[in-house]
Design a protein around this ligand. Structure first.
Ligand code: FA5
Length: 345
């Protein structure tokens, strides 16, 4: 057999083994075997020396052509096998979009937070700014600036967690009245502010009392503000929160930082006003304290009490949430029992 025929036979054999293989690894072995240094083409070219000078370049370029053809056949086959492999993989991994998805449990804001958010949006709609203040507060702002000097008997109304003699856990959000009054520039307009937050008292826990609860303070100071403005504002708030579902009553009360002072009660949600354990037999739940800001509070904060005056209130959103969602024990809000919380999803 001449060298050319030998090369042609190598090519045919190579082409058919490339065609037969179905495996990329095996194809690679074929490449090494056919085209490598020890492969049949290189081996047969050893015989080129025996050829005439004219024949050598002809057979040499024929050998190169065969090598190129085999290399092309191998890479084409490789591309084909890889495409097949990819298609197989894609077919195996097809996603069945009709299968039901995995439910990811999602949380939601606590209902007290939702109640606070609702109160905030009611007051923002009436042009109030929303500010927050420190929970660890100075005795000076919590009491002194609220017209409760040292040894004032009304300090006992709010049993206090003291950290030092001068630092305490705030017992109400009212210190935010003093803090904002001090800073407010009345030449730029009236003060209308609410301040939500957590407060702390050494109260004994019961269905309507917790030692840690929330308040939303409110204050409006301008010229010519009257008690009727306070009443109207509280009516708007309760109406927007509860609709006509509950009755609201205002009764005279006492706070050292307001004069006159009132408290507002709402029909007990548990007994609908008949009297039960939750409302201690009264048929009413107290939800807020309010009044006309005492001139001493204004004066201490550097505000001209002759010219300016207004009202303030402190509402208990925990009690609102009890009424709104029919919860008859405030402690349920703080136990974080998922069975309780999930009811409000
Ligand atoms: C005050 O704390 C006054 N600072 C409110 C105020 C502000 C009056 C501005 C005048 C002007 P009182 O202690 O009554 O007031 O609390 C106000 C509201 O907080 C109550 O009406 C009630 O809704 C809620 N509250 C009071 N104590 C508790 C408690 N232990 N647990 C849950 N809510 C409470």
């Amino acid at each position: 057999m001449g060298l050319k025929e030998e090369l042609e036979a190598i090519k045919q054999k190579g082409i058919s083994s490339i065609a037969e293989t179905t495996d990329i690894k095996n194809l690679n072995d074929i490449r090494v075997k056919l085209l490598g240094k020890k492969g049949p083409i290189t081996q047969s070219l050893r015989g080129i020396a025996k050829l005439s000078v004219e024949e050598r370049p002809v057979v040499g370029s024929f050998a190169n052509k065969i090598r190129d053809e085999l290399a092309t056949a191998i890479s084409e086959k490789q591309a084909k096998l890889e495409a097949e492999k990819l298609n197989r993989k894609l077919a195996e991994e097809t996603i069945d979009v009709t299968l039901p998805g995995n439910q990811v449990p999602a949380g939601h804001p606590h209902i007290i937070q939702e109640t606070i958010d609702e109160i905030e949006s009611i007051f923002m709609g009436m042009g109030y700014q929303v500010l927050t203040g420190p929970e660890v507060e100075e005795e000076y702002y919590n009491f002194e600036m609220m017209n409760l000097p040292k040894n004032h008997p009304a300090r006992d109304m709010q049993d206090t967690f003291y950290i030092t003699k001068e630092i305490l856990m705030r017992t109400h959000t009212s210190p935010m009245q003093a803090r904002t009054l001090e800073k407010h520039d009345f030449s730029k307009g009236p003060l209308k502010m609410i301040s939500p937050g957590v407060v702390f008292r050494r109260d004994t826990d019961d269905p309507t009392h917790s030692h840690q609860f929330h308040q939303v303070e409110g204050i409006v100071i301008d010229k010519h503000i009257t008690m009727a403005d306070l009443k109207g504002t509280l009516e708007v708030m309760t109406h927007k929160l509860f609709g006509d579902k509950f009755k609201v009553r205002l009764r005279p009360s006492y706070f050292p930082f307001t004069e006159p002072s009132v408290e507002a009660d709402i029909t007990c949600m548990n007994c609908n006003g008949k009297g039960c354990d939750v409302c201690k037999g009264s048929g009413w739940i107290e939800v807020l304290g309010a009044g006309m800001v005492h001139p001493n509070v204004l004066k201490m904060a550097g505000v001209d009490a002759e010219e300016y005056g207004g009202f303030a209130f402190g509402v208990g959103p925990d009690r609102f949430a009890m009424l709104k969602y029919g919860v008859n024990d405030i402690r349920d809000f703080y136990l974080n029992d998922l069975r309780f919380l999930k009811q409000f999803d």
